[in-house]
Design a binder for this molecule. Structure first.
Ligand SMILES: Cc1ncc(COP(=O)(O)O)c(C=O)c1O
Length: 469
């Protein structure tokens, strides 16, 4: 079959569930989709208990045999090789950041030298926003029509005395704002003035025209820092469009790709993105607290990182222990200290699995899974609103279901083995991640939500106990 997932798309496009009398029963439709799914065999390679419907891979992906095997291998190397593992393990630990960066690069459309793993998202935002703020303060900005990069003439509002601003949005993950505010403050820039925030019109999404309007309205923006996908509603942003608008306005374009890396293919290189950060514990399934990742476009290699450390030093001379810092000529320069080997090891296996499945196929399946989910919610759950954009190009890997009792609903579902999460004020996030979720699982989740809401089981649950990201 040309497109094994077409029936899911058709169901959402208005043909109704099943698209015809033969499988008007959603169970028949789900079974048909599962039978035709070229990725169905991958689920067996992940560890999700049989009685659990795991819909929270956008917070923490599950363990896989491959990730556990690469973790076991590194633990064994530690046991056997001790300190010599840095050079004698196969492959050596010393270059783990670069090596795993190479493995991730195709998933984000980058050259291997442009991606490295290290630190965490928040630390990488500090490191990269700090670096590009320093560039702006030195008068250097992105290359654009009629303006050469690094020519020392970048000035907000044409005034070299004025400070650069960073453009973000009101629906960002809070840690991003905390880090950017801190970086502004550390340069004597008032974040209340210079963290410019694009507001949301509907509380769920950001209209790209509002980003462009903010750039038109303020000549001082030096960095546009946006998510590739919003953590709450799952809206997927148009990275190319935002990058073009940023560059047109003389601003660098940086992205937080936490909610798309490993689920949505990116083309950071072709789009001209300046820098990006993401984690590996969500769709990349490398385990709780696993190592962060970052992209820096090749044209910026050689800049001095704002948070310099010896692990970002030129590799060939790192152990000469010079007091003078020579930056690695790659994204590797933004590593800081010794990489946490045990938090990096599972990534090797987990990325290999995703690469075997193919990021484009994973994305196609993910869209089909969320198509089916949205179609079922539309048909069966009249009190639940879908807060995620319906167009494929604006939809990430999860679906935000809005309900006034979202917190209780989320707790009741989790107790019934349907692992979802709640985001205030009214969102239950449901993430049918492509590598290990079947179409039958999606149907079972909707059945469970319907059962809970119709029976009122959720009303027995308390609210307001907080939670984990
Ligand atoms: C979009 C986004 N940005 C940043 C973070 C913070 O990441 P970290 O704790 O790895 O620094 C998260 C965590 O879930 C996130 O979802």
């Amino acid at each position: 079959m040309d497109d094994p997932y077409a029936p899911a798309r058709d169901a959402l496009a208005g043909d109704g569930l099943g698209g015809g009398a033969a499988d008007a029963d959603p169970a028949v439709l789900a079974a048909r989709l599962d039978d035709a799914d070229p990725l169905s065999g991958f689920a067996d390679r992940y560890h999700v208990a049989d009685d659990v419907l795991y819909m929270d891979g956008n917070s923490l992906g599950p363990a896989s045999d491959a990730a556990l095997a690469s973790l076991d291998r590194v633990a064994e190397e530690w046991r056997e090789l001790l300190i010599s593992g840095w050079t004698d393990a196969d492959p050596p630990w010393f270059s783990v950041g670069e090596r795993l960066g190479d493995a991730l690069a195709p998933l984000v459309g980058a050259d291997p030298s442009e991606v490295v793993v290290g630190n965490s998202i928040t630390v990488n935002i500090h490191a990269l926003v700090g670096t590009f703020l320093d560039e702006l303060l030195a008068g250097n900005g992105p290359e654009r029509e009629g303006v050469a990069a690094a020519d020392g003439t970048w000035a907000p509002d044409g005034n070299p005395e004025a400070d650069p601003a960073v453009l973000v949005n009101a629906l960002d993950f809070p840690s991003d704002h905390y880090a950017i505010r801190a970086q502004l403050r550390q340069r004597g820039i008032d974040p209340d003035e210079k963290l410019r925030v694009v507001e949301s019109r509907d509380g769920r999404t950001i209209d790209p025209r509002d980003i462009e309007a903010a750039l038109d309205a303020h000549d001082d923006v030096g960095v546009v820092f946006m998510p590739t996908a919003l953590y709450r509603s799952g809206q997927l942003f148009d990275v190319g469009r935002i990058t073009e608008a940023a560059h047109g306005a003389g601003a660098y374009a940086g992205f937080d790709a936490a909610h798309s890396a490993g689920a949505v293919p990116h083309a950071f290189g072709a789009a001209g993105v300046d820098f990006a950060v993401w984690c590996t514990y969500k769709y990349l399934n490398a385990g709780p607290g696993s190592i962060g990742a970052l992209f820096v476009a090749e044209r910026h290699h050689g800049l001095t990182p704002a948070l310099a450390g010896w692990w970002g030093h030129e590799k060939a001379t790192q152990f000469e222990m010079n007091m003078t810092y020579t930056s690695a000529d790659s994204a590797g320069a933004w590593q800081i200290g010794t990489p946490p080997l045990l938090s990096a090891a599972p990534l090797e296996g987990s990325v290999e699995l995703l690469r075997e499945a193919g990021i484009d196929r994973l994305r196609e399946k993910s869209l089909a899974l969320t198509d089916l989910l949205i179609a079922l919610v539309d048909e069966r759950l009249p009190d639940v609103a879908v807060g995620t954009p319906r167009e494929h190009r604006a939809r990430g890997g999860h679906v935000a279901l809005e309900h006034p009792e979202a917190e209780r609903l989320s707790k009741a579902l989790t107790d019934r083995g349907v692992v979802v999460d709640f985001r205030p004020p009214n969102v239950v996030r449901v993430c049918p991640a492509a590598p290990y979720t079947s179409f039958a699982d999606v149907l079972a989740v909707v059945d469970e939500i319907e059962t809970v809401l119709e029976s009122g089981i959720h009303e027995e649950y308390a609210t307001g106990e907080g939670g984990v990201t």
